[in-house]
Design a protein. Structure first.
Length: 429
């Protein structure tokens, strides 16, 4: 089974955000926009999602199949772009309306649970059902503050090292190997002062793409109490490493955003890229012979890079009750059943959320699936707290200032921590 070029998850890795103090404003807006709506939804179960067209077609087939159990009901789906789904859902749910179910990434849970527009699920599903989902190396189903808010139908959506086999026959396993290989690849063959082909390109100016490198030094962005941990030796060392890859070893571009990195890799001017599953289909469609591997480890610490891993799945509208709630719970069970989930993962090359499907032979036969799963095993679960966006915002100016000469890595780490604490405090007051 090959990865089809247009069949990759398109979930963006930017985390969700909603300031809790916006609840009153959103509620007023909801009342203005939705007051007077008189359509009868008593016999209609609607799912909102950001699924790609091919996935929506498959979901529609399954909704029609489930519809046979309840022919008096209508089962429908509605598409929203990722950044539109969340605010539109907030507005409608606060007005007591909205879809019965939303299908989205786990990072939406923080703001949606604070606004109390999604339903705690732990009392609606049996322990036996919940125990059938992944719990190692992290929980596929997402809990926050003692409550279960999402039943996942897939996991992953994480960064990995993508290499072009035309230039790299065996990917580097350690950072030292990356540097050694990179200095052989990144050469100025025509002596015009410009690197002809970089060893690696990735969107290293964005915090999300920096976070995996904290794992090389056993660091992370939050402590066990969800407080930011940015002014740490791990942050300083990770930032210094990335700076050195560009300026000391000269194996990556000195400046690189997402579009630049993608263009360099597509044009053969970068042998490797760090990117997520939303991109891999584009490379295959271009006819590139790619492989996936773990982002290299630190030979000194023995620690691997730790990309963020995001479960994706179903949440229930807090306004559900009665028969509509009963049917919605049954529908989520159906859509995450082993049979449906395996069919979905086979067709779209996804990593399933269920324990018994992870090693399924029909999935394991694909080397890209195995490599993506291998990278996921050393990742870190996506934090789902609302403060995460404020942490991203706090990281950007200090971290990016390292590459413009404004800050040293030590100064940047202090600035990031200070700004993160300030933004959290101001937004929580």
């Amino acid at each position: 089974m090959k990865f089809k070029s247009n069949l990759f998850s398109s979930y963006k890795r930017e985390p969700a955000v909603a300031n809790p103090w916006l609840k009153i404003v959103l509620l007023l807006l909801a009342l203005i926009l939705l007051s007077g709506c008189a359509s009868d939804t008593s016999k209609r179960i609607v799912i909102w999602s950001s699924l790609r067209p091919v996935e929506r077609d498959f979901l529609q087939q399954k909704l029609e199949e489930f519809n046979q159990r309840y022919p008096e009901y209508q089962f429908q789906q509605l598409y929203y772009q990722t950044e539109e789904l969340r605010p539109n859902y907030m507005v409608s749910a606060l007005a007591g309306k909205g879809p019965a179910i939303i299908h989205t990434a786990s990072d939406n849970i923080g703001p949606l649970s604070e606004l109390e527009v999604i339903m705690p699920l732990e009392g609606l599903f049996t322990p036996a059902f919940l125990d059938s989902f992944l719990t190692e190396p992290f929980s596929a189903n997402t809990w926050l503050n003692g409550h279960l808010y999402q039943i996942a139908d897939r996991v992953g959506n994480h960064l990995a090292l993508v290499y072009n086999k035309e230039f790299v026959s065996k990917p580097p396993e350690t950072i030292d190997e990356l540097i050694e290989m990179g200095q052989q690849i990144a050469v100025d063959g025509d002596n015009d002062g410009e690197i002809d082909r970089y060893a690696l390109a990735w969107n290293f100016i964005e915090p999300y793409f920096v976070v995996p490198f904290l794992g090389l030094y056993d660091g992370w962005i939050l402590d066990q109490n969800n407080r930011p941990t940015l002014n740490t030796p791990a942050m300083v060392q990770a930032a210094q490493l990335i700076y050195d890859l560009a300026n000391k070893y000269k194996i990556i571009p000195k400046e690189c955003d997402y579009e630049t990195a993608n263009a360099l890799f597509l044009d053969g001017k970068a042998a490797m890229i760090i990117n997520g599953p939303w991109s891999w289909g584009t490379y295959l469609k271009r006819g590139m012979d790619i492989g996936l591997a773990r982002i290299p480890r630190n030979a000194q610490t023995g620690s691997w890079a730790t990309p963020i891993v995001s479960p994706v799945g179903y949440m229930l509208n807090v306004n559900l009750k009665g028969e509509a709630l009963k049917i919605s719970v049954e529908l989520v069970k159906f859509l995450t059943s082993p049979e449906v989930e395996l069919e979905f993962c086979r067709q779209f090359n996804l990593i399933p959320s269920r324990k018994d499907l992870l090693e399924d032979p029909s999935l394991q036969q694909d080397p890209l699936y195995r490599a993506a799963l291998d990278q996921m095993r050393v990742g870190q679960p996506m934090p789902v707290i609302t403060e995460l966006r404020w942490i991203w915002d706090a990281m950007r100016p200090g971290y990016q200032g390292i590459f413009t000469g404004t800050y040293t890595p030590e100064e940047a780490a202090k600035d990031m921590q200070s700004l993160a604490e300030k933004l959290i405090r101001e937004n929580r007051e």
